[in-house]
Every structure is written in C-alpha cells, then in structure tokens.
Design a protein around this ligand. Structure first.
Ligand SMILES: [Zn+2]
Length: 394
C-alpha cells in the first residue's frame, strides 16, 4: 500500500463542508462505540446496519457517503479489539474509546471522483464540498484508477489534505552492491555502521523542541476561548507539523541512502517501549526518531528488493567482535578494549560489527533467505498515514 498525499485547495465554504463531514465521521464512530459498549455481542455487520439507521435518524449522518459511514464504524476500533482478544495478544486490547478530536474522514471507492488530469478531486456526497485542486509533487496519472482503494481527507493545522491509498506493490530494481552492513543506533551518533562510519543526529529536533516549548507556554498564557489563544494554538500546530516533516525527511533520506548502497542491512531490534524505561535515553529516542527510521528502512528495503534483518538486542555492545569474548563495560565506557585478542574499537563500531555478524547468521539459518518483518512492518506503515503525515511515500 502506498499513500500519496496532496494539499486540497478550495474556498472557505468548501472547507466548512469538510469539517462537517469530519464531525459526522466522529459522530458515527462514537455512536458505534457506544452501541458496542451498551449491548453484548454486537457484530461488525450489526454495526453496518446500525449505520444505515443512523443515516435515517440524523440528517447530517445521511449526507455522509454510505461507505464512508462504514469506514467510520470500522474506525471505532472494535474489529481490532476482537482480533486482539481472539489472538490473546498480551497487554492492551485496544478497547474502543470515544474520539473527541476527529481529524479525518475516509471514503472507499465511492463518494469522490477525479477529473481527467487527476489534478482535481470532487467529493460527491451530501455535504457538497465540491471540487478541490490537488497540490503536490506526485502524479496520480502514474496509477490506474481502480488502484485507489481509499481516499482520506485529513485536517491539519495548516489546511486540509487528501491522501490516496493505492494498492500497489511498489518495486524498483537496483543493481546489487554486494555489500552487507550492520548498524548500531546510538545516542552520540544517529548510527554507527560496521565499517566504523557514522551518521550524525539531526540537529533540528533539539532546536525545534525549544521553540515548541515556547509556543506551548504562549498558548497557556492566553485566556481560554479567546482569539489570541486560537491564534497561538494555530502557530503551535503548524510548528508541530514542521517538526514531524523534518523528522520524516531525515528518516527517509537516511534510510534511502543505506538501502541504495547495501544489499543486506542488519540493525538491533530496539523495542522502544522497553528502552523508554531508561529515562536518560528517553529523550534521545524521541528526538532521533529511530522508530520512524526503522519503519522507513523496512519499507524501502522492500521497495528496492533488499534484505533487512532485525537482530535481538543481546550483548551487542559487550561482546568482542574480534574473538567473541564478553568484555563487560558500563554505559560511559566509549571504547571497546579486548584483553584477549587486543581488539580496540569505538564502542558503537564494535556493536555494529556484532550486529552484522548476528544478522548474517540469522539469514543463513532461514532457508528462504528472507528476514522476518519486524513489528513495524508494512501494516504499521499504512496505519500511520491515518494519524500523521509521518508515513507518506515520497
Ligand atoms: Zn577479543
């Protein structure tokens, strides 16, 4: 699944119509969640029927395209809850919650149409939002119309966006480089590879974080409900958006460079939720955007036919990459000095070499030669498009 995103250009009354559609989506979604909580044994098809009842009962619900109503019901997350319960997934089951700040409405294959040049989107349901010009660098003409499985309208601080979810296996063949690399995602550098090269952390987040804090303080200082507060909130929202885009751009650029120049990439499978327990590391984790990077690494490797292996984190920084002996060191010891084979390496460089060796071993063990996708594989990629600008193929 690829997501192509465009900014929607239209008039104020058209945006107001989009707002109405978004509010209605939230209404339907919450009604479905309520029904599910109040009655026992509600099935997805019950909810579908309930959507039709809502449409008769409430004028505005009737205006929303029927498939979009269904999509709203699905978004009540009830399906996910069922699935997690059945699969006995440990931890949170994703119990349906009420949504208060809905920002999107999702159409399936009806309720919208594109003009011939595919540069204008018309919404054809009862809200009569009309025709929007699509602003963006991507070309929808590259794809067949029936590849567009969903059209999602997303409201952000700086305007309205149309996301086109395309059912396309994006595959690009590139010449094999014959190179394998291990990378150690770190704190002092964004990553260190098994050849000892480093990629620096992006600079923006630290600077942006300060700006965000300042803008947040300004919002808090204004009187609730005032115009000035609304303006300050707008500024804060736009800044957040900018930070997200910078993070994504860095993740895409870095992951693409790595994928283009290697055939096999091994990294340590850092479970971010486990690592956040270490408070000192927590900030760097969110700053560096490892998760975003790793997601893009997986996705781009798939696109370019490369292999990515996530190796379990186990003594990668303790073991000697020269002889395999365990050389205990604290977090502050930045150099690996092996008393057994006299290997001396930068701590992260040593770890990256271990990660590469573990990755290659894991690959040799899987007969198919395909690495198992990690938890942030493609399905996550698709879902992320719903909540942020984070995961739009570019
Ligand atoms: Zn050694």
């Amino acid at each position: 699944m690829i997501v192509l995103e465009f900014k929607l250009a239209g008039a104020a009354h058209q945006y107001a119509a989009l707002d109405e559609a978004i509010r209605t989506t939230q209404f339907v979604r919450n009604k479905c969640a309520r029904k599910w909580m109040d009655e026992r044994g509600v099935t997805p098809s019950d909810l579908n029927r309930y959507c039709a009842i809502l449409a008769k009962e409430y004028d505005f619900a009737g205006k929303l395209n029927s498939q979009a109503r269904q999509a709203a019901a699905e978004r009540a997350a009830i399906l996910r809850f069922y699935k997690n319960c059945r699969a006995k997934t440990p931890g949170k089951k994703g119990y349906p919650r009420f949504q208060k700040d809905g920002r999107s409405v999702e159409y399936k294959q009806t309720g919208w149409k594109l003009d011939e040049s595919r540069t204008r989107l018309t919404l054809t349901d009862g809200f009569t939002a009309g025709t929007f010009k699509l602003r963006g660098t991507r070309d929808l003409l590259d794809y067949a119309l029936d590849q567009i499985k969903r059209v999602r309208i997303v409201k952000r601080a700086d305007g309205y966006y149309g996301q086109f979810c395309l059912d396309a296996e994006r595959r690009v063949s590139v010449e094999a480089s014959g190179k394998a690399v291990g990378i150690d995602l770190g704190v002092s550098h964004f990553y260190t590879d098994s050849a000892g090269a480093t990629v620096e952390n992006p600079r923006h987040p630290q600077r942006s974080e300060k700006a965000l804090k300042r803008l947040q303080r300004r919002v808090s200082a204004k009187v609730k409900g005032s115009n000035n507060r609304a303006k300050a909130r707008g500024r804060l929202g736009r800044k957040h958006l900018k930070v997200r885009r910078q993070r994504r751009d860095f993740a895409v650029k870095t992951a693409r460079a790595l994928v283009m120049s290697h055939d096999v990439i091994a990294y340590e499978d850092l479970r971010v939720s486990n690592m956040v327990q270490n408070r000192r590391l927590a900030k760097s984790i969110s700053d560096a955007g490892w998760r975003s990077f790793v997601t893009w690494l997986d996705y781009l490797a798939h696109v370019y036919g490369k292999v990515v292996v996530a190796v379990p984190p186990a003594y990668t920084s303790q073991d000697c990459s020269g002889c395999g002996a365990r050389v205990k060191k604290t977090l502050s010891e930045r150099t690996h000095v092996c008393p057994h084979c006299t290997t001396v390496l930068d701590r992260d460089h040593n770890a990256a070499r271990n990660i590469l060796a573990m990755g290659l071993r894991a690959l040799a063990e899987t007969t198919a030669g395909h690495a198992e996708r990690n938890a942030w594989g493609q399905s996550a990629l698709y879902l992320a498009g719903e909540t942020s600008s984070g995961m739009v193929a570019g």
